[in-house]
Design a protein around this ligand. Sequence first.
Ligand SMILES: *Cc1c(COP(=O)(O)O)cnc(C)c1O
Length: 503
Amino acid sequence: MQADGLGGNGSQTDAYPRETSGVSAPTAAAVGNKAIDYSYMHPRLAADLENIGTLLEQTRQHAVAALATLERRAAALAPRAFTAVALPENGIGLAGALQEFTARWAPGFSGSAGPRYLGFVTGGATPASIAGDWLTSIYDQNPTAGIDSSAPDLERETVLRLREMFGLSDAHRGVLVSGATMSNMVGLAIGREWLGEQRGINVSDVGVGALGTVHVLSANAHSSVYKSLSMLGIGRKAVTKIASLPGREAIDIAALEAELQALDGQPVIVVGNAGTVNTVDFDDLVALAALKQRYSFWLHIDAAFGAFAALVPEEAHLTHGLDAADSVCIDLHKWLNVPYDCAVQYSRRRDLQARVFMNSSAYLGMPGENPDFVHLTPENSRRLRAVATWFSLAAYGRAGHAEIVHRNIRLARQLGDRIAVQPGLTLLAPTRLNVVCFSLAENPTEARTNAYMRAVRDLGEVFITTTFYAGTWGLRVAFCNWRTSDDDIQRVFESLVTAIKEI
Ligand SMILES: *Cc1c(COP(=O)(O)O)cnc(C)c1O
């Protein structure tokens, strides 16, 4: 049963063994003038607490080295076969854990924080956001109930600053959640409650069954919308896929209007898309907003990364109309480049939001005008994840973050232009924003496309992911990382060309 090499025999009766081999007994630490005796703790805890300064310094050194070598780390690597090591009885202390992590785990980690991990839609972490993230753990606040700390107000300031950055009006109130999936889920949950309100039904009390069939209309909803509908009891099959414009992923507004007419009077949620993952296409948000004047539906907009177009004057028109949405999803661990896991969720109906997520307990209080976060999100206890975002916004401001977005778009288009004329590769769509979508020119089967993705990965320089778009298997190169440079584009392009010959 012992796997920690400390030689424990598992038969101690003392809950806090003092003399296990390799575990030094605690002494006293001086804080100010006062010596504190930590001997009441498990010796490993006491020793780590006494040496916290040195240990955090070791951790800092590891971090600095990891960042310094990030550019040399493989962008991605095939996961190695692994065998789980059993739970240690007494542990090896923080220094030991750091050593074991460095030896056993860090080498297999990808360079996903680095400039050439261009798979999925992946951001890195700015220096300020890393510092903020560290301090989140140091202070370990739980911004749930507003009676014990000003921590919840830091989150409130953060969502206000983000609202300003994305040009949303003060009709929108925000909360932070763990990612765009949860942001979509919360927005759709409020929409579900709104559908009930239209019919005098309190869905949060009586359940979704009372609504009958719910219709969700969208042209190209992200997979997380289907997952959210499954979680919400609405069901994945509630989605009616509306036609896109020819050769586009953006919704055909006329087709949507026809469907709304046909469903006259039935409960409807429309999911608008501001930045699809394959071609970063945007629904005409102004036209969606105009339809709201004539038809009754909840408009949720998934702007997970597309919302960042608002930061760049030449692209900001794409996000016009976003404010008219009833609920908005924006990811922060993608294009804002804060560490996982963080997204923001805005809605115009905080009253309905509190009805859905209300966690009434005498000691937590009933939600009022400005409800505590415990009444607004799926979690009760939660991390003060706003700190990383707060730090990055404070450190770099709107202009710093706009520069990242602007540069990523420029680099994506530059790569798109090179792929367009490269024999062996074919662009599948124009590079609208920050994603290049292409395929193998010859025989782009699923197997060959996967083999190509792995061949690119195993060259070690760049990571891209596969997709299925416009009836063919293809690949996506998605730019979100704050470090990516013109030099990186050269290296990415060379890898993409080299890999053609390897399949
Ligand atoms: C990434 C993404 C999501 C899901 O986001 P997570 O942060 O992975 O939960 C939803 N919608 C769009 C458009 C996305 O790009």
